[in-house]
Design a protein around this ligand. Structure first.
Ligand code: AMP
Ligand code: GLY
Length: 426
């Protein structure tokens, strides 16, 4: 089949890699893709969604998979479906669950799904009033609109929270995205990334992942898109999983139908577990990155079929099967990530002679550009080294051994990915 993948990150690379591994006869196209996706298919450079839909029709595209949130929020699915094209992802209406934090919080409240106490407002006085009565000292201030994962500030005092609200509302910190803010109580627990594949009525839950958002070891420094992940996590016990399904997933899917925004695609639920109770931090309407790269290698049922059956509403036929393995991914980022962009630098990867590393690890490419047959690091998160193993320790060892074979000037990586699980397994 001809398949179009929208996006340019490691997530999109890993989706293509998983599909090609199952059946190399698929032809994959990327829009826009990155400097390494051309080893898996062809990059195309259409700009408007209307042009892209036309291109997809002309080129007999049988399935389009949308990676990032922005095209979803901008209605790519609606445009493709109008042209009778098969596409994996939610409608523009359903994508509001991620596009606006205020919309999401009101959805959670309306459907009685557990979430942190909050206020949503454009008004400084209302926000200050909430800050004065909230019981935690730490308070979280969020810009309402999309800010590429950076619009959330965790403050350590009521005074700091008020200053942060003021800066956001004045447009100083996140421009228009901060014209409305969500202020909420701080939840102290551990986080899980839960992915639910839905075709509006049926759903499949993938094993939970843990992502490492902070840039530095020991969860220090500012939040990033994610510096590494591991899957499955022993922290997600069966009991917690059951609660997530009953208290969060079922009411979310039902609530979306009731509100006239039935969900199709992958719903990414950011969950904070506090005293064994799962609480929703946020919804995203797409796969997490680096979580996607960390879950897909664990599939033993077909990844292609999961996407295709969801997009064609046949998910009830799909039986999810995972390998009895663990996977760890370590992001290698450029020197000044997440503060500023760096100059392109060449990436050198050693020839790998060790069979163990060859068989149990691979690279997923993200912020890379090809210049005259050489690969350059050009983005914040450059690539991921992904390891698999029978235990989480083995998977982590494979990922880090592969990292040791990859070189570029200023390369930055966390050295403690999966520390929560390793700690528990010792
Ligand atoms: P969000 O984009 O809303 O998921 O927030 C980004 C990150 O900020 C989350 O992954 C958490 O690590 C942290 N965070 C957000 N809201 C809260 C909260 N209410 N309590 C504690 N941490 C939070
Ligand atoms: N890794 C978290 C995200 O993709 O938002």
């Amino acid at each position: 089949m001809n398949i179009l993948i929208i996006g340019s990150g490691g997530r999109e690379y890993s989706i293509a890699k998983a599909i090609k591994k199952e059946d190399n006869s698929h032809n994959i196209y990327f829009n826009p893709g990155n400097g390494a996706t051309e080893t898996l298919g062809e990059n195309i450079a259409q700009t408007s969604y209307d042009d892209l839909a036309l291109w997809a029709k002309t080129n007999n595209i049988g399935l389009t998979i949308v990676g990032p949130e922005q095209p979803l929020s901008e209605g790519i699915v609606d445009i493709f479906e109008k042209q009778n094209l098969t596409i994996f992802g939610p409608s523009k209406k359903a994508a509001q669950l991620e596009g606006s934090k205020a919309f999401m919080k009101n959805f959670l409240k309306r459907h009685e799904i557990p979430t942190a106490k909050y206020i949503e407002t454009t008004n400084k006085t209302d926000a200050y009033e909430f800050i004065d009565i909230v019981s935690t000292n730490k308070i979280v201030v969020k810009a309402d609109g999309l800010c590429a994962g950076k619009g959330v500030i965790i403050t350590n005092s009521k005074k700091e929270a008020k200053q942060t609200v003021e800066d956001m509302l004045l447009g100083n910190s996140f421009g228009k995205a901060g014209n409305k803010v969500v202020v909420e109580e701080f939840l102290d627990g551990f986080e899980l990334s839960v992915f639910v594949i839905c075709d509006e009525k049926d759903y499949v839950i993938l094993p939970a992942c843990q992502d490492h958002k902070a840039v530095g070891d020991g969860d220090t420094g500012p939040n990033t898109g994610g510096m590494g992940a591991y899957c499955p996590t022993p922290l997600a016990t069966d009991e917690i999983y059951k609660k997530i399904e009953t208290n969060i997933i079922k009411p979310t899917i039902k609530g979306a139908v009731k509100d006239g925004l039935p969900f199709s695609g992958v719903l990414f639920i950011g969950v904070m577990v506090v005293d064994d109770e799962p609480i929703v931090l946020e919804y995203n309407v797409r796969f997490g990155d680096p979580e996607c790269e960390t879950i897909l290698p664990l599939f033993s049922s077909s990844v292609f079929e999961l996407f295709y059956k969801t997009a064609t509403k046949q998910l009830s036929d799909y039986k999810l099967k995972m390998k009895n393995h663990h996977c760890v991914s370590v992001v290698m980022a450029s020197k000044n990530y997440p503060y500023k962009k760096d100059k392109p630098v060449e990436i050198i990867i050693d020839d790998i002679h060790d069979d163990e590393i060859k068989q149990n690890s691979h690279i997923s490419y993200a912020g890379v550009t090809k210049i005259e047959d050489k690969l350059f690091a050009t983005g914040g998160r450059v690539l991921l080294c992904i390891g698999q193993g029978k235990t989480i320790n083995q998977a982590r060892d494979m990922a880090y051994r592969l990292c040791g074979q990859v070189h570029f000037s200023g390369k930055k990586l966390r050295t403690d990915i999966a520390y929560q699980a390793i700690k528990d397994s010792r």
